[in-house]
Ligand binder design. Structure first.
Ligand code: CMC
Length: 372
């Protein structure tokens, strides 16, 4: 038995949800470029869960269900107030809150298709509310209840700030949510599938997935990109900053990908948005620094930017706190996790690979009093 490090190149399942072929990302056969241009996030949720785009009646029904289920149990809100709030990263908070949310769901342990779909709706509807409520409570503000007449992107920004967002902000966030919704067998999705393949419940699958997304090599990279931009501070400092990183053999966050050979197709959309939004906010420096970083990393290392790189300056331009960048990734990716969880249940087999053993052999038990 020989281990494949990081499971690189291993095809671990079949899936009809999304694909990456020759650097082209599709959701259920629709090119991500097309969806980023035209689709609402709600349409994408439907697409991922049903394998087809909704007609108007189907979209209206999904939107209605999401709105109806977006109010959080009071117990979840009260729980936030018990956290050591100044020490908690929001990803830890939402991981805990999603787990807690399961306890308030009377169908948590019901495993039939209808109950699992109800849970899917609740999780998709309530994750944005969790992120927004945690953000407000930690600032000493009261949570804002969602508005039934707003779409998911608009509602999220509304619950975060208490003000109805403008059309540009809604459009930008909607596009970002579309771009992050699913990504084949990425680490958090694989985690979710491994979890529910034991026939554990949907909340356990999503809680596990949030834990995997949190890491800086995965979703946590977007917050680290912003940290890097803040440390650099000015275009003039980019070159020396990167030279130092290269000399120390440190990774540059927001670059590289396991699957894409010639670049992440999502990055160009976020780059365009970053240019437009930073110009609008009067902070073009963030975009200019990002472009310079990209030029140097690609020309020196040959490593292209990934989805996390320009999303940092996009979210910053939308006025979002930097430690909420990865939670926003979760608000979007929960749609993909759920699609994969439901697909896993439909044709389940426990996921149980092997390990190549590298430890000692033929050890003989020595009583404790004779051990050195
Ligand atoms: N900066 C500098 N060097 C890099 C980077 C980077 N960002 N990414 C890869 N490399 C180098 C790496 O040092 C290695 O070089 P060598 O062969 O000389 O040791 C080579 O490229 C292969 O890298 P790897 O880490 O073995 O590649 P991987 O497929 O295991 O990891 C990755 C993929 C995305 C984890 C990695 O590129 C990385 O750590 N990137 C930075 C974190 C990041 O932006 N993550 C977000 C990924 S995309 C969206 C998401 O999942 O959230």
């Amino acid at each position: 038995m020989t281990a494949t490090r990081g499971l690189e190149g291993v095809v671990a399942t079949t899936s009809a949800i999304s694909s990456i072929i020759d650097d082209v990302l599709t959701y259920a056969g629709y090119n991500i470029d097309d969806l980023a241009e035209h689709a609402s996030f709600e349409e994408v949720i439907y697409l991922l869960w049903h394998g087809k785009l909704p007609n108007q009646a189907e979209l209206d029904e999904l939107t209605k269900q999401l709105a109806k289920n977006s109010v959080l149990p009071q117990g979840v809100l009260d729980h936030f107030k018990t956290y050591p709030i100044d020490k908690v990263h929001p990803m830890g908070a939402i991981r805990t809150a999603v787990s807690l949310l399961g306890l308030y769901d009377e169908e948590q342990e019901v495993m039939d298709e209808a109950a699992n779909y109800n849970k899917a709706i609740r999780l998709q509807a309530q994750l944005p509310a969790i992120v927004a409520a945690f953000s407000r409570i930690r600032k000493g503000l009261e949570p804002v209840a969602p508005k039934a007449d707003l779409g998911l992107a608009a509602n999220f920004l509304y619950m975060l700030t208490g003000n109805e967002p403008d059309a540009v902000a809604v459009h930008s966030l909607n596009t970002a949510l579309v771009l992050h919704a699913d990504h084949e067998l990425n680490a958090s999705t694989f985690t979710a599938r491994v979890c529910v393949a034991t026939l554990s419940d949907v909340y356990s699958g999503v809680t596990s997935a949030i834990g995997a997304l949190k890491g800086p090599l995965h979703g946590g990279a977007n917050e680290q990109v912003m940290k890097m931009l803040s440390e650099i501070g000015d275009v003039a400092n980019v070159e020396s900053y990167l030279a130092n990183k290269f000399a120390n053999k440190e990774k540059i966050m927001g670059f590289g990908h396991r699957v894409y050979q010639n670049g992440d197709p999502r990055a160009k959309h976020l780059k365009k948005m970053s240019k437009e939004l930073t110009a609008m906010t009067g902070e073009p420096k963030l975009y200019e620094m990002s472009v310079k970083i990209e030029e140097i990393v690609t020309s020196t290392k040959g490593i292209p930017a990934n989805v996390d790189f320009y999303s940092a300056s996009v979210y910053d331009s939308l006025g979002i706190d930097h430690d909420l960048f990865t939670p926003i990734f979760a608000v979007s990716r929960v749609s993909g996790w759920i699609a994969h969880i439901l697909e896993q249940y439909k044709n389940n087999r426990i996921i149980r690979p092997r390990a190549e053993y590298t430890g000692p052999n033929k050890q003989v038990y020595v009583p404790i009093e004779q051990r050195a």
